[in-house]
Design a protein around this ligand. Structure first.
Ligand code: AMP
Length: 197
């Protein structure tokens, strides 16, 4: 069933779900830096301890929902694989449908494909050609923003499928890699920002 117009959660939701500084610091404390993974020279931000903590997982999803509560969004797109975790939870909180953007060869039906550059390599992403509602306004969700290549490729897919991006949501932003500037800073929401490696 395709959704009719559903109102955004709105200012009341945004006002009652603040991410308090102690909660934010608790999240930051649980992010694990893993040097030289998956390649030498990359410091991988392991978010699994945050996801495994019930209060922190609920807290980050609520806080992200609050930050986008007034946006006009028709559906949530999550980027494989870690974007599925936050994106799925966020979609359910916002009462929106969830649409996956996947690695090549995973989607079963006719799909669009975009190649892109990653902080640690090259890859491609795919979206079912009929995945979006008409004139979709999409919230794009991933765990982490590095150079922005993944998110930009996702936006290209969304535009080719007839939609536009209402906003980009990340749990972590590596600000020193300039991803937000590439995406347009006013469209980017992130909870934790790192200013240096
Ligand atoms: P980018 O396209 O450069 O913005 O890279 C973002 C994507 O790569 C996201 O899907 C992240 O999960 C992943 N990624 C890039 N760099 C890191 C990192 N340092 N730690 C964890 N994930 C990363």
């Amino acid at each position: 069933m395709k959704p009719g117009p559903i109102a955004p959660l709105g200012p009341a939701y945004a006002a009652r779900q603040p991410m308090t500084p102690p909660l934010l610091e608790a999240v930051r404390a649980r992010v694990r830096d893993v040097p030289d993974f998956p390649r030498p020279g990359i410091v991988f931000k392991d978010l699994t301890p945050v996801l495994a903590d019930p209060l922190l997982f609920h807290g980050v999803v609520s806080a992200l929902a609050a930050r986008v509560a007034t946006l006009d969004v028709t559906e949530v797109v999550g980027i494989e694989a870690r974007g599925f975790i936050l994106g799925g939870a966020l979609a359910a909180t916002l009462r929106r449908g969830f649409v996956p953007v996947r690695k090549p060869g995973k989607l079963p039906r006719k799909s669009l494909r975009e190649a892109y550059g990653l902080e640690y390599g090259d890859d491609a992403l795919e979206l079912h050609v009929d995945a979006l509602v008409r004139n979709a306004k999409v919230l794009v969700v991933d765990d982490l923003l590095a150079t922005g290549g993944t998110a930009l490729a996702t936006e290209k897919l969304i535009r080719r499928a007839g939609g536009t991006v209402a906003g980009f949501v990340f749990l972590v932003e590596l600000a020193y890699l300039g991803g937000a500037e590439r995406l347009g800073s006013d469209r980017v929401v992130s909870l934790l920002t790192y200013d240096r490696p």
